[in-house]
Design a protein around this ligand. Structure first.
Ligand code: SF4
Length: 461
């Protein structure tokens, strides 16, 4: 199959476009002004069940719906797009909606960007001591876009919210000076959109003797689900596999962090071939994805996904909680429900698949997992712990938050047992200062959004 992408400008050329109702087509046309939209021939032909739209999970995963905007936003934007047709007003309104959608979750732009000789390195993030994220410029798109993606701002051209590095020179220099770093995560977008040569240019410098402290090279990718041909039939598929073998032969671990949202993505023959070919190189393939309303709420689906993955040689890794960005109100589920889904799925799988962890939130202080919902001393609480944290001392220390049946994200939780703060919020003066700074930044950001809205002739709220 030839890779053919469809965007908002070309989706009408897809044979399946005729299968969408007038309302569904309108939704795509309107919402794709705000959020990114891209599918491809494989997703369209092999993954979406067109007799089951709009409820088909892969359709929900890739096609935009009117409910992803607030009703007032949708109606106003639709009128601008189809009646007014004033591009300047459309642009202004689109910008307001995007800023309302928290385009910058978990403090990424302010807290995680490392510096070299006083210069910020915009193509890198360094949040946890041992792991540096690298965003190669050529890998900042995907074979298709997920409608819930927390990286949506970079796909719609919000340049100030982009991370991308032209080459590896700054990464290598930074790593040389940070011997505690053991892992580099090459991420995007999807780095597997790059050809084998460009990918080698990112990876091979990490094999240099002066970077012996780098033990694990990870690649975050959805290609295993959206374009498994990347590892099987693409003209440089074999070159990619040889590159993986080269990393393994160097003594380092190459880990593909495979993003699978639904078992349908692993039911096709080519998707299964891709897994087998990847692991045959000595690389590991881990499976991770967020839990998303409308798409993967069924525990049996997760159990099928993890069980199939293990049979093929992949390792179940994370079930995430959907982040509070973009159309999160369309996709989010209460933490209590997320815990219920995870537990029910976990109970259905064998010990080999129980490498999976979740439901986990990639929050500002670290990766917080909901370990249980229990009653302690007469109070119903969430039992929580950090799987990963800005401060390594916080990891795996149990802590508790008041049970809240509606809470969907970590920052909505309050400490249990009458405490006024969680243990990590009082652990050091620098942490307190950081909290105060973060609070100030969010107040300034909110003020700017409100000022924009107040001055808007469109009155978007
Ligand atoms: S493939 Fe990954 S980075 Fe790309 S849109 Fe989906 S979740 Fe986002």
């Amino acid at each position: 199959m030839k890779f053919k992408p469809y965007t908002r400008h070309t989706i009408k050329e897809a044979p399946q476009w005729e299968k969408l109702s007038a309302e569904q087509r309108e939704s795509v046309a309107v919402v794709s002004r705000v959020l990114p939209f891209r599918v491809n021939s494989y997703v369209m032909d092999e993954l979406i069940d067109w007799d089951n739209i709009p409820d088909d999970p892969i359709y929900r995963l890739t096609f935009l719906h009117r409910d992803m905007l607030r009703p007032s936003e949708y109606e106003a934007l639709r009128d601008l797009v189809f009646i007014d047709k004033d591009e300047q007003k459309i642009e202004q309104m689109v910008r307001q909606i995007r800023m309302r959608m928290n385009p910058h979750p978990a403090g990424q732009m302010t807290h995680n960007v490392p510096h070299l000789d006083g210069r910020p390195l915009s193509g890198l993030q360094h949040k946890y001591r041992e792991t540096v994220l690298f965003f190669p410029k050529a890998g900042q798109s995907c074979h298709a876009y997920c409608t819930f993606c927390f990286r949506w701002p970079q796909f719609v051209g919000m340049d100030e919210l982009k991370f991308d590095a032209k080459d590896t020179s700054e990464l290598v220099e930074y790593l040389k000076r940070h011997q505690a770093v053991t892992d580099v995560l090459i991420t995007g977008g999807d780095p597997m959109v790059m050809n084998a040569r460009s990918l080698a240019n990112c990876i091979e410098p990490l094999l240099a003797p002066e970077l012996a402290h780098i033990q694990n090279i990870r690649i975050g990718t959805k290609s295993v689900a959206y374009w498994p041909q990347r590892f099987v039939t693409d003209k440089d598929a074999d070159d990619v596999l040889r590159l993986f073998e080269k990393v393994v032969a160097s003594g380092k671990n190459l880990a593909l962090m495979g993003h699978y949202n639904h078992p349908a993505e692993l039911r096709t023959r080519i998707a299964q071939q891709a897994v087998r070919r990847i692991v045959s190189t000595g690389a590991t393939l881990r499976m991770q994805a967020p839990l998303i309303r409308h798409i993967n709420e069924d525990p049996a689906g997760w159990a099928e996904l993890w069980t199939t993955g293990v049979r093929l040689g992949a390792v179940p890794y994370y079930m995430f909680v959907e982040r509070d960005t973009g159309p999160s109100s369309y996709f989010e589920l209460p933490l209590a429900k997320a815990y219920e889904v995870f537990q029910a799925a976990y109970q259905q799988i064998s010990g080999l698949a129980r490498t999976v962890r979740g439901p986990s939130m990639s929050a500002h202080p670290g990766k917080v997992v909901v370990d249980g919902i229990i009653t302690l001393g007469g109070e119903k609480v969430f039992a929580l712990q950090f799987l990963q944290a800005r401060n390594a001392d916080w990891v795996r220390r149990p802590f508790y938050a008041k049970f809240d049946s509606k809470a969907t994200w970590f920052d909505q939780l309050v400490p249990a047992f009458g405490e006024d703060r969680f243990f990590f919020q009082q652990s050091s003066p620098s942490a307190r200062e950081e909290e105060v700074l973060e609070h100030r930044i969010s107040l300034v950001a909110m003020k700017r959004v409100r000022e924009t809205q107040a001055s808007s002739p469109l009155g978007v709220s």
